[in-house]
Design a protein around this ligand. Structure first.
Ligand code: CA
Length: 243
């Protein structure tokens, strides 16, 4: 009984605290709603002005972009976009029948072109095959998409080698081997021609900018699905997404 009497003021205090919290939460919600509708009204007015000045189809695009920008500004986090990158060549096959196998094929948006290297003669170093490197200007990496193998056709995919594992890392000055905070992705790849989305490793430090990215592959043959006809190892596309 004594315990109950003592706890009554505490219960009252908790109930009053909860009620106060709900009132504050309601006030904040109302404020955000008013703010949102004001921003949307501004975007709407701007789009009406743009519509008067530009062709109707252009005005539509601009309105959508404006709304996206205002949402991004509200969230305090810029939206993910495909980052512009430049590929720097690693070892690759020579041209054959008009097809090239250079690193730039990874960034051309065309799954029918690939970076390729003959695994029987590839230069392995410290038990790794070093693929192309990429320069870019990223404050944040959100994910990577990749098209594994030679995605030109079903037979090209089957006849050539694809990767079962990949390591994607931020290159930092003076680091010969990447630290955990620079490993963007380290893990398996599916054996499919479809694009696959690779999430950023939880240990990756996104508070630091990324200016250069390296991809590499283990030397052990178990990490590859060997081609039915050739041991030419191919990757068709890679995209870095972030901001
Ligand atoms: Ca390509």
């Amino acid at each position: 009984m004594t315990g109950n009497r003592k706890s009554m003021p505490t219960v009252l205090f908790i109930v009053l605290g909860c009620m106060l919290g709900m009132v504050i939460a309601f006030a904040v919600m109302m404020y955000l709603r008013v703010n949102d509708s004001m921003e949307e009204m501004t975007a709407y007015e701007d789009s009406a002005k743009l519509a008067a000045a530009a062709r109707p189809e252009d005005a539509g695009t601009m309105t959508a972009e404006k709304l996206a920008e205002s949402r991004v500004a509200r969230n305090g986090r810029s939206a993910s976009r495909k980052l512009k990158a430049t590929a720097h060549d690693a070892a690759h096959l020579g041209s054959q029948a008009g097809n090239t196998y250079v690193a730039a094929n990874l960034l051309d948006g065309n799954p029918a072109t690939a970076w390729a290297v003959d695994l029987d003669t590839a230069p392995f170093d410290s038990d790794h095959l070093y693929g192309p490197t990429f320069t870019l200007d990223a404050n944040r990496i959100d994910y990577v998409t990749i098209v594994n193998g030679y995605a030109k056709s079903v037979s090209a995919f089957k006849n050539n080698t694809s990767a079962r594992y990949i390591k994607i890392c931020r290159v930092m000055d003076g680091d010969e081997f990447p630290e955990p905070e620079d490993i963007i992705y380290s893990g398996s790849l599916r054996d499919t021609m479809s694009p696959q989305k690779l999430p950023v490793n939880p240990s990756f430090d996104n508070s630091r900018p990324t200016r250069e990215i390296a991809i590499y592959f283990p030397a052990d043959p178990v990490y590859y699905r060997q081609g039915a006809k050739w041991n030419d190892f191919c990757i068709s596309e890679i995209e870095f997404w972030g901001n």
